[in-house]
Design a protein around this ligand. Structure first.
Ligand code: NAD
Ligand code: TDX
Length: 338
């Protein structure tokens, strides 16, 4: 089979490319615009594999997408390409609408025009909004109402609705997965876990938003890749699958765990102005994917976070190059005088 993986030069897409090359004989064609978050160095090993091909392009560029579909005739498309950072969406919403909504609609149109066996939309638990901190008994299920908080999550929810509309109206064989927070290798330094690892290594302050009591449900990225792999091969067309592993932690717990692993002082923690509209708690109920597809996460947080810290220690060149470039301006804009 031929699988187009959009956004494969990013964090989860890159890990998915390696997961597929390792576990299957399919051809993988990565379509990625290489925005600030895309990195060809993430795909350096994949480029040595004859089953892998990289194509630079924008999912919202209709002509380029149609040309690629005509050439490749993909069996499956997995759409990871997105603007993915909530803080950036608060600063500049429009870019998120273009890539996350228009880009998804262009891909769906291409599926309609050229035919497809499966279109899979990689979505997020953020489309469900948040849960209150004082109700640990509540979890997001696939039937929880969509109720978004940030321009990022609103754009992802809009894309989900488009996928469902194309599935119903044009019978596009589509599936959607909504996953909780991922962590692991190749995570871009703007996100909580890599940012804290890198700052701690430099003995720089660790900027925790608000009181650090917001809760995220952390999933090791390889477990997310395994779930998507099952859905595209065995999942039922038209269905939504929640993905998460019951690894809830407050942000402060995560930061303290990282400091402990690195042997650094908790004095590095600095509480800074909260994120606007900050979601309190995300927590996934993964019963459906577990019962229907037999998926269970393999990596517990305490082990996954150690593996992740080790990866950042062993792969300094990957992130040092990122943080020495344009990222410096981003960091100054977001964190200086916060
Ligand atoms: P990322 O920001 O690390 O990577 C995004 C990739 O998409 C980059 O390679 C970028 O160059 C590419 N891209 C951006 N705009 C593009 C465009 N217009 N055309 C083609 N390529 C484009 O993101 P990530 O964290 O790997 O997230 C991947 C997907 O998973 C996203 O759809 C995100 O919403 C979803 N998701 C992420 C998480 C998480 O914790 N990171 C959790 C749940 C769902
Ligand atoms: O410097 C920081 N300080 C801080 O306290 C950063 C970057 C984050 N935080 C907090 C905000 C969140 O409560 O840490 C938590 C995690 O933040 P992010 O890493 O930005 O992730 P989040 O906003 O939870 O969204 C992530 O998970 C769902 C991904 O970025 C999304 O793409 C995905 O859909």
């Amino acid at each position: 089979m031929k699988i187009i993986v959009t956004g494969g030069a990013g964090f989860i897409g890159g890990n998915f490319v390696y997961y597929e090359l390792k576990n299957h004989a399919d051809e993988i064609i990565c379509l990625d615009k290489l925005t600030y978050a895309g990195n060809l160095e993430t795909l350096a090993e994949a480029q040595k594999n004859s089953k892998f091909k990289f194509v630079r392009g924008d999912i919202a560029d209709r002509e380029a997408v149609y040309k690629l579909f005509e050439e490749v005739k993909p069996d499956i498309v997995v759409n990871f390409a997105a603007e993915s950072h909530v803080d950036r969406s608060i600063e500049e919403p429009e870019l998120f609408l273009r890539t996350n909504i228009i880009g998804t609609s262009v891909l769906l149109d291409a599926c309609k025009k050229f035919g497809i066996k499966r279109f899979h939309q990689v979505s997020t638990d953020e489309v469900y909004g948040d849960l209150p901190l004082d109700r640990p008994d509540l979890f997001f299920t696939e039937t929880t109402n969509l109720h978004t908080s940030s321009p990022y999550s609103a754009s992802k929810a809009a894309a989900d609705l488009l996928v469902q509309a194309y599935q119903r109206t044009y019978q596009i064989p589509a599936t959607i997965s909504r996953c909780s927070n991922n962590y692991g290798p190749y995570h871009f330094p703007e996100k909580l876990i890599p940012l804290m690892i890198i700052n701690a290594l430099h003995e720089k302050k660790l900027p925790v938003y608000g009181k650090g009591i917001n809760v995220r449900d952390w999933l090791y990225v390889e477990d997310h890749c395994a779930a998507i792999d099952l859905i595209i091969r065995r999942g039922t067309v038209g269905e939504v699958y929640n993905i998460g592993g019951h690894n809830e932690r407050t942000n402060l717990e995560v930061v303290k765990t990282i400091l402990k692993i690195l042997g650094k002082s908790e004095d590095l923690i600095e509480f800074v102005t909260d994120r606007k509209g900050h979601d309190q708690r995300y927590a996934i109920d993964p019963t459906k994917i577990s019962n229907e597809l037999g998926w269970t996460p393999q990596t517990k947080f305490d082990n996954g976070i150690k593996k992740t810290v080790a990866w950042y220690l062993d792969n300094r060149a990957w992130w040092e190059k990122i943080i020495s470039g344009e990222y410096k301006n981003y960091y100054a804009k977001m964190y200086d005088n916060r």
